[in-house]
Design a binder for this molecule. Structure first.
Ligand code: ZN
Length: 281
C-alpha cells in the first residue's frame, strides 16, 4: 500500500484492482509501434490499467478522490474489463471504514471513476459512503444525462442519480475549495467538465489530474486518450498543468497507472515531462 505525508496531511493510494482496456482506444492517434514500446498489449490488444483512488486525511476530514469501477457491472462487462472490485478490501487493509469518509470527489462520472459511489443492496443502489458528501461538476452531470451516442456507454446512472436525488451529491460550477487544503480545478478535454483535485498542506502540493494525465505512459502533451471529447483542449490543459506541476514540484497521482501510482514530474532530455518515482528518493 502506498502512503506518504504531504505537510500535515496523510495521503494513501487505495486501489480497486487492475482492469483492461483496448490499447488503441487509450492511445488514440498514437501509432501502436510507438505506444507498444511503453506497454505490451495482450492477444486481445488490451493493456492493464490501475484504478487508483486517493485517500486524503487532513486531520479534520477524510476525503476520498474517485471510487474505481465498483461491484455493479454486469457479468458481460466484467468479462470485458476483467476488473476485480478490490476497493473495499483495500479499505480494510488500510484500516479505514467507509463510514469514516466525510467527502467523496468524482473527477467526472465515467464508470471507471465513480463505481463504488454506490453498491446494490437488495437490488437497489445505496451509498457506499453513508456519511459522505459527494462532489462533482454540474456540467458533467448534465452531459451524463444527455446520454449522447458517442459516450453513453461510459455513464451508469446508478453511480450518481440516487445520490443527486437524495442531495447527498453536491453539484459544483467551476473551481472550488471543498475542505481546507483540498480544492478542485476544472481542466476540460477528456470531458467538458473534468475536475482535477489539488491538495495543499505545509507549502507542499499534490494533484490528481485524473484522465487529463491518466498514467505515466501518457505524459507527452499530445499523447491524449482516444476517448477524449476535446483533444485539442486536453493538449492545451496538459501544458497548463505542467506549467505549475513541474516548477512547483507537485506530487502527481495517476488515476490509471497500474505500476506507478504517483510521482514528481521533471523535464527530460527532449523537454518532455518524465517521472521521478518518490519511492527511489
Ligand atoms: Zn474518463
Amino acid at each position: 500500500m502506498d502512503r506518504t505525508t504531504l505537510g500535515d496531511f496523510e495521503l494513501t493510494i487505495l486501489s480497486d484492482g487492475n482492469y483492461y482496456m483496448d490499447g488503441g482506444a487509450m492511445f488514440g492517434v498514437v501509432p501502436k509501434v510507438m505506444w507498444e514500446k511503453r506497454i505490451t498489449p495482450d492477444e486481445r490488444n488490451n493493456i492493464p490499467m490501475g484504478l487508483n483512488s486517493l485517500l486524503i486525511r487532513t486531520g479534520s476530514h477524510n476525503v476520498l478522490v474517485e471510487t474505481g469501477i465498483g461491484s455493479k457491472l454486469s457479468e458481460k462487462s466484467r468479462s470485458i474489463y476483467r476488473n476485480r472490485a478490490l476497493l473495499m478490501k483495500n479499505f480494510e487493509v488500510a484500516g479505514i471504514s467507509p463510514d469514516e469518509i466525510d467527502v467523496v470527489i468524482n473527477t467526472h462520472l465515467h464508470f471507471d471513476h465513480c463505481g463504488w459511489n454506490t453498491y446494490y443492496k437488495d437490488g437497489k443502489p445505496v451509498p457506499t459512503f453513508p456519511r459522505a458528501t459527494y462532489y462533482v461538476q454540474a456540467g458533467e452531470v448534465e452531459h451524463a444525462h444527455e446520454q449522447h451516442e458517442r459516450d453513453r456507454v461510459s455513464y451508469m446512472t446508478d453511480n450518481y442519480d440516487p445520490l443527486i436525488q437524495s442531495e447527498q451529491m453536491k453539484l459544483l460550477r467551476g473551481d472550488a475549495e471543498i475542505v481546507p487544503g483540498v480544492s478542485v480545478k476544472v481542466y476540460p478535454g477528456h470531458t467538458r467538465n473534468l475536475q482535477a483535485v489539488i491538495v495543499r498542506s505545509g507549502g507542499k502540493v499534490a494533484a490528481y489530474p485524473s484522465d487529463l494525465v491518466s498514467d505515466a505512459k501518457h505524459l507527452d502533451p499530445t499523447w491524449v486518450l482516444g476517448y477524449d471529447l476535446y483533444p485539442l483542449e486536453s493538449i492545451d490543459n496538459k501544458h497548463r498543468f505542467y506549467e505549475l506541476a513541474i516548477p512547483e514540484q507537485w506530487l502527481v497521482v495517476f488515476t490509471h497507472d497500474h505500476e506507478l501510482p504517483w510521482a514528481y514530474l521533471e523535464l527530460g532530455e527532449k523537454g518532455r515531462p518524465v517521472t521521478r518515482d518518490i519511492r527511489q528518493k
